[in-house]
Design a protein around this ligand. Structure first.
Ligand code: 9D3
Length: 252
């Protein structure tokens, strides 16, 4: 997969993506990330990339032409057709279903805005899809682009080691993760749940499933429709709620 990032701060995104799972995916040849700066396609002594908005008001708007030329150069850097995604608070909210779809593409171009945003005509002419990463205010699209890259990189075949396997992740089965413990077994902050040291693998799997169901029910009720739970899962959840859960369920 190839991802081109069009941004006034492309190094911000490419630097972030050089570490961890995403960096390793690139080293393994599963993913290539390239940065493109519209400033380099701006003309005139000042190489302007922004201008004041027609109609007045605060802030600046990114000019069509430097962005269009930059985007054109990014498109032509590789033969394949690319889906162009504009990261913007006005976009559809990113979720794991969307990430799975994007991860199957051979080419993405991520367009990052700064200032108040981009001239709407450029969006209408060049953008295939608009995405937001959530309802909070960022200073630009770069962090959002890094989020998209991280999420799609993890889904590339061979990007994760066995211990990082994506299939057990939260959201891959629609539930939050269970709690995790390591040594020491006894600590002044509390003891590790006994079942995890029992060697009873079926019992451990059952406990973890129950914890996932219980935590999801309490913390993210929007992710669970009790009508859609299996009889076994519903029983696990009922027992969890009756027993009070671990860690002790907060009531405040
Ligand atoms: C203070 C500026 N706001 C005026 C009402 C509008 C605004 C413009 C540009 C708010 C944020 C931004 C920059 N944000 C992004 O480019 C962005 C973003 C975000 O802020 N939140 C969640 N997802 C995304 S994706 C791109």
């Amino acid at each position: 997969m190839r991802v081109d990032v069009v941004s006034l701060f492309p190094e911000f995104v490419t630097q972030m993506s050089s570490h961890g799972v995403v960096g390793r995916a690139q080293e393994r040849g599963l993913l290539a990330i390239h940065g493109w700066n519209p400033r380099e396609y701006a003309t005139g002594n000042y190489r302007r990339v922004d201008e004041r908005p027609f109609g007045g008001g605060p802030g600046m708007v990114m000019l069509i032409d430097p962005l269009r030329d930059c985007l054109g150069a990014a498109r032509q850097a590789d033969a394949g057709p690319a889906k162009v995604i504009y990261l913007t608070p006005q976009g559809q909210r990113l979720n794991q279903a969307k990430v799975r779809d994007l991860a199957t593409r051979e080419r993405l171009i991520l367009l990052c805005g700064r200032y108040e945003g981009i001239d709407e005509r450029l969006i209408a002419a060049e953008v295939d899809e608009e995405l937001s990463i959530g309802d909070y205010v960022l200073s630009g699209g770069e962090l959002a682009a890094a989020v998209v890259i991280d999420a799609v990189a993890r889904l590339q075949e061979g990007a994760l080691n066995d211990s990082e396997s994506a299939t057990q992740d939260s959201f891959e089965d629609g539930l939050l993760d269970c709690p995790h413990f390591t040594r020491p077994v006894e600590h002044e902050l509390g003891d590790v749940p006994h079942v995890l040291m029992s060697g009873n693998h079926a019992g451990i799997a059952r406990w973890r499933r129950q914890q996932s169901l219980g935590r999801t029910w309490l913390r993210r009720p929007d992710l669970i429709d009790p009508e859609l739970l299996s009889v076994a899962d519903r029983q696990l959840l009922e027992d969890f709620l009756a027993e009070g859960g671990f860690p002790p369920v907060r009531t405040t």
